[in-house]
Design a protein around this ligand. Structure first.
Ligand code: MN
Length: 306
């Protein structure tokens, strides 16, 4: 896939063609089944421990950073020569960046071009319609781009959000989500079930919105207005219950693009740059999935910043 071409396309695209691409992505996700690289259980993607995964954090309409990541890593070529290479996005593609519509176009195009090698997770900015992140300026950027046709495009994007996955799991290794760990979660099945309405208010909200906190004991309501802050003991207990060693998540900016929490059991990746955030660098990781690591300190050699 020629990513520069996709970027150019995304810039001049009509509302009709944009909607058509989103529709195709929805159809693909709706009928998606197990592939060479992953098995699917509801909203959970179980990645096989083979090859490498390029994991990308929040992008928030920063198309330039996505381009830099793909160029610097050469990962599209790697995916083309080796079908066991996978790309995982941790969600939050839109809002806060002028290129938000183009970013949804770009990640949808990647999924369509490499269906068995790309995983799109849901961020809190792709939340359900009754749990919308604020400020939510995607509608403004859509309106600028598509004029009076923006509403239909927005509705289809909202439909797409409902088809995105909640988490990636690599057995005995990683759990990847946008936000963080719900204190009361007991099994992977409960993550798989986050497409069911009864789990919506409990686990989905927390997986999309939670943040680790070094001082909180247990869990306490998040100052974000949704989700919780969760403490170190929750990280230990939940990772053990789910048979994972390290949580990889996005959601929070970090000065150097990445940060560690909770005795190095949590890696946060933030991949966009520029206002309104203060980070000097964006970061991503190229993770060898077959290797077993005990803590995120051991992942540092695989993190790249830009
Ligand atoms: Mn977020």
């Amino acid at each position: 896939m020629d990513f520069s071409k996709t970027v150019k396309e995304s810039e001049g695209i009509s509302a009709e063609d944009f909607t058509e691409l989103i529709d195709k992505t929805i159809e693909l996700l709706r009928f998606e089944s197990n592939s060479e690289n992953f098995t699917l259980a509801g909203k959970l993607v179980c990645l096989k421990p083979v090859g490498e995964a390029l994991v990308i954090g929040d992008l928030h309409g920063d198309l330039v950073s996505l381009r830099v990541i793909l160029e610097q890593s050469g990962f599209l070529q790697k995916m083309e020569t080796d079908k066991r290479q996978t790309m995982v996005f941790l969600g939050d593609y839109g809002d806060r960046g002028a290129k938000s519509p183009e970013l949804y176009y770009a990640v949808s195009s990647l999924k369509l071009a490499y269906p068995s090698q790309v995983v799109l997770l849901r961020g809190n900015h792709e939340g359900p319609s009754d749990l919308i992140a604020s400020p939510h300026d995607l509608p403004i950027f859509l309106q600028r781009k598509f004029k009076e046709k923006w509403v239909a495009v927005y509705q289809r994007l909202g439909d797409l959000f409902g088809y995105l996955y909640t988490a990636v799991y690599v057995e005995d290794r990683y759990l990847m989500v946008h936000g963080g760990l719900p204190s009361k979660i007991r099994s992977l099945q409960e993550i798989a079930d986050t497409d069911k309405p009864h789990t919506r208010k409990t686990f989905l909200e927390e997986l999309l919105w939670n943040d680790p906190d070094e001082l909180v004991r247990g869990a306490s309501p998040s100052p974000r207005g949704a989700g919780n802050l969760f403490g170190k003991t929750i990280t230990q207990e939940v990772l053990q219950k789910l048979n994972a060693k390290i949580l990889i998540r996005g959601h929070e900016p970090a000065v150097n693009g990445s940060s560690l929490n909770h005795d190095r059991k949590i890696l946060t990746l933030f991949s966009r740059k520029g206002p309104p955030y203060f980070n000097k660098f964006g970061a991503y990781i190229e993770l060898p999935l077959n290797e077993k690591f005990e803590n995120a300190n051991q992942l540092l050699p695989y993190i790249h910043k830009f």
